[in-house]
Write a protein that binds this ligand. Sequence first.
Ligand SMILES: Cc1cc2nc3c(=O)[nH]c(=O)nc-3n(C[C@H](O)[C@H](O)[C@H](O)COP(=O)(O)O)c2cc1C
Length: 171
Amino acid sequence: MGVLEIIKTRIEIREFEKKSVGMSAKKKILEAGRLAPSGRNLQHWHYILIEGDEELERLASLSPTGGWVREASFAIVTTTDPKYDFNEIDAGRSITQMQLVGWENGVGSRLYTIKKPDQERAKLALGIPEEYHLTAVVGFGYPVKKATGKKERKGMREIVSYNKFGTPMEI
Ligand SMILES: Cc1cc2nc3c(=O)[nH]c(=O)nc-3n(C[C@H](O)[C@H](O)[C@H](O)COP(=O)(O)O)c2cc1C
């Protein structure tokens, strides 16, 4: 699958098979994150790989919108240094690369964030130092259903302008 094909077919998955993802796929996913570009090449991220029933259950209990992570084979928590105002862009690029490489290897995933006031509780539970920001959690695993690749997205005309905002572009 080429990159565009991976992007076109990948949908976010939150129902996972009870089958664990092997170390080789996990390493590829982490490698994709590690190699991501970042502002000034600062690479200020730090990832926590979480697996095991108890650990995933605890992670699930820390968020009102990510309870499904308890069904994942593993999760990656991405933390960044918030003193860089582009830290969330960096995290987003790194996470996207991990999710795409996961999909290339048959591994589905979904992302969630942990907002205030749950953020502090989650940081404490995961031993994340005060100076780091818990940017996002991604749960990974083999999808239960065969993914259809059906995406609900706005059309090009709605979101692309030509030379000046609001001037339609013929694509
Ligand atoms: C910044 C961000 C925050 C998200 N937060 C959550 C969340 O809290 N819980 C959740 O289940 N999904 C969350 N998602 C997943 C989105 O709902 C999902 O990417 C979107 O619906 C598109 O899904 P699709 O690619 O399968 O069409 C988040 C995605 C992003 C990019």
